[in-house]
Design a protein around this ligand. Structure first.
Ligand SMILES: Nc1ncnc2c1ncn2[C@@H]1O[C@H](COP(=O)(O)OP(=O)(O)O)[C@@H](O)[C@H]1O
Ligand SMILES: [Mg+2]
Length: 483
């Protein structure tokens, strides 16, 4: 330890200290000698591919599992699991009261006053309005629910707040709000340990980043010392190794369907990148990096000021825009209407009218294929969950692509605001597109999208992306520079 960090550490006892913690489930070694120290006032990001051991680590902190070996010294830890653990049919107050026996030990009248003050204070600590206290949890937005879950851990005296992927299903505005709240708690003397697949988000809010791969803590660095490209490469390589032979990379054959060569707009570029038939190329980047500029160029929505964007003969490029609510979705119209609007030509009769029964039949069949829930195509789009709305928009692209000779799609943030169940369905649909020979470009700030889907990965940095790599191409030097 250097003199400076020794001085900084003085008077700030660690809130958490793990030394050499191990945990196995039968043959699976989920944690292999993990050591980690967190002090008050720190905001630590925990990242790693699926199956790395993140949730196991958190469950050990929460006392769900005991470790097989090693030592744990912890202050008061409050864990917000991905499912939040709230009871939806109860009010906010009732949820906050759970696990607060002190509130029940005084006479009823006093208890009511005390409870009101207690809830006001708990809600204020996370920036929620006091009048939400009597609302039932099921009537809150997902972001508000997450904040109530955090308020509950704070009210129980948590000094270290641990959040497991709490932002992964939130719309951007609500995750920004959640992160601001966590930052404020850190300034108030708590510490935060946040698990997220959104590396860009971690890079924007944490002071330190800890990388867990295959049960080992392979990096623990101040945030200034890690960047998106290195983290993405590190995680994509290890997830590739874990995935086994059934997820072998598709090796692109023939000439590309879509090709960007030094393409730039006034705002961003140059971008150089190819997409072949049947291939999934994934590109990530920080907010404001020029990521969506790339999507607009690739899909032909923006013309390049210099360089070129070329498509093979007969290729139509579809675009799933980044903001579903503002672009592409028609919330007041029916699911059927939203599905078929991009391909009405095919139901035009000789007389020039629309064959409604045929259109509706096709919409019904597609809704079943996409597993849209509820499967009622006359429901209004606005009545569907975010994940199901996203399936409908993907279905519209499928339909529009199905009469082109060869197709290419650019999918922006395909899992944004999507619940966990629908996420797997959306990954399956995207793979299906590629299996049908469509070239897919996934443009996403969520690294899980890339790790799960992409055959090749690229990162937009300083408004530019010049090359992509296969996950197994990470050099040993790049690995070593992080370890
Ligand atoms: N209860 C359990 N029983 C058996 N294996 C488990 C259990 N929980 C986790 N694992 C395994 O331990 C490894 C780490 O899982 P997990 O901690 O959930 O990873 P992460 O949260 O990083 O995706 C995985 O291989 C997973 O299959
Ligand atoms: Mg997990």
């Amino acid at each position: 330890m250097t003199l400076r960090s020794a001085q900084e550490g003085q008077g700030r006892a660690p809130l958490l200290s793990l030394v050499n913690v191990t945990k196995s489930f039968d043959a699976t070694q989920a944690l292999r000698g993990v050591s980690l120290t967190i002090k008050a006032g720190e905001f630590v990001g925990l990242v790693g591919p699926n199956g790395a051991g993140k949730s196991t680590l958190i469950k050990i902190l929460d006392g769900v599992y005991g470790p097989d070996g090693g030592t744990i010294t912890a202050g008061r830890v409050g864990v917000v699991h991905q499912d939040l653990g709230l009871i939806d049919s109860l009010t906010v107050t009732e949820n906050l009261r759970l696990g607060q026996p002190a509130l029940c030990s005084v006479p009823p009248l006093l208890s009511a006053v005390r409870e009101r003050d207690f809830c006001r204070e708990a809600l204020r600590a996370v920036g929620l309005r006091a009048d939400l206290a009597h609302r039932s949890v099921e009537r809150l937005s997902l972001g508000e629910r997450t904040l109530v879950a955090i308020a509950r851990t704070l009210a129980r005296g948590a000094e270290l707040i641990v959040v497991d992927e709490a932002t992964s299903t939130l719309p951007p505005r609500e995750s920004g709000w959640l992160i601001d709240t966590l930052k404020a708690r850190r300034l108030a003397g708590a510490a935060v340990l946040m698990v997220s697949h959104k590396l860009a988000e971690i890079l924007g809010c944490a002071d330190r980043c800890v990388v867990l791969v295959d049960g080992k803590l392979i990096a623990d660095e101040p945030i200034e010392r890690v960047d998106l490209a290195t983290l993405t490469r590190l995680m994509s390589r290890s997830s590739q190794q874990q995935a086994g032979p059934e997820r072998a990379c598709r090796v692109p054959a023939g000439s590309p369907l879509l090709s960007l060569a030094g393409a730039s707009t006034a705002l961003a570029g140059p971008f150089t990148l190819d997409v072949h038939a049947g291939e999934i190329v994934g590109v990530t980047g920080l907010v404001g990096s020029g990521l969506y500029e790339l999507a607009l160029l690739a899909s032909g929505r923006t013309r390049p000021a210099s360089g070129s964007v070329r498509t093979a003969a007969g290729v139509r490029v579809g675009l799933l825009p980044p903001d579903r609510s503002a672009q592409g979705s028609f919330p007041a119209e029916s699911v059927a209407w939203n599905l078929t609007i991009g391909g009405l030509r095919r139901w035009r009769t000789r007389a020039g009218t629309l064959d409604h029964p045929a259109e509706l039949g096709a919409a019904r069949a597609l809704a079943v294929e996409l597993d849209v829930r509820p499967p009622n195509v006359s429901a209004r789009m606005a009545a569907l969950s975010g994940g199901n709305q996203q399936k409908v928009l993907l279905g519209r692209m499928l339909l529009a692509q199905s009469d082109a000779q060869a197709g290419c799609v650019v999918l922006c943030e395909p899992t944004r605001g999507v619940d966990i169940g629908a996420r797997a369905d959306i990954y399956r649909l995207i793979r299906q597109l590629a299996d049908q020979g469509i070239g897919v470009l996934v443009v996403s700030s969520d690294t899980e999208d890339l790790l799960t889907l992409a055959d090749r990965v690229g990162v937009v940095e300083n408004q530019s992306c010049q090359r992509t790599w296969r996950p197994d191409e990470l050099s040993t030097e790049q690995m070593a520079s992080l370890l």
